[in-house]
Design a protein around this ligand. Sequence first.
Ligand SMILES: C[S@@+](CC[C@H](N)C(=O)[O-])C[C@H]1O[C@@H](n2cnc3c(N)ncnc32)[C@H](O)[C@@H]1O
Length: 189
Amino acid sequence: MSDGYYKTKESVDQYIKLAEGHHGGALIERLKGMLQANSSLLEIGSGPGTDWEILNETFETTGSDFSSEFLSRLIVKHPKAQFLELDATTLSTDQKFDGIYSNKVMHHLNDMELKVSVKRQHEILNPQGIICHSFWTGEDSEIFKGLFVNYHSESSLHSFFDNYFEILLLEYYAEFENEDSVFMIGRKK
Ligand SMILES: C[S@@+](CC[C@H](N)C(=O)[O-])C[C@H]1O[C@@H](n2cnc3c(N)ncnc32)[C@H](O)[C@@H]1O
């Protein structure tokens, strides 16, 4: 439901500038406590690739995005790495991973898409596989600056993930303001 924003050269250049200095280092530290070093990891929605670079220091990280604009830049910057063109909903790959990570990506999926994605994540993870995702906190959804945003809370995340994952950690944190964000780490059931 991202309406093409991330798919034009201009908007991708703009996003890369806006996101400068932001990264999921603190989330990745928590992930490192739950997923063994050198495990295979899929990042969904790598965007500028800042988190991919941090993740790849510890894990065998495959980056991905549904935007060829982001992907082409990532491939030029990291020619030896693996990047896949994947939609977060369908995750159309035959590969399996020990972990799946995303930072502020899943909020672009509506409820139906998120349901499908959670099932696919379960399918492409190895046994005991780990997921780690961050979301914007809140209720319902809206179009914010032209982009679809689906807000989540502890209870909505439980309702989407509990059938397929044991939630090991769920914490609110501040991206810009107190508790404006929530992240969760779960293990495949
Ligand atoms: C808010 S940006 C976050 C980028 C990066 N994770 C970060 O922390 O800077 C959202 C990213 O998700 C990607 N994205 C949005 N909807 C997606 C979808 N349905 N499937 C895959 N990627 C998607 C966008 O192209 C963009 O790279």
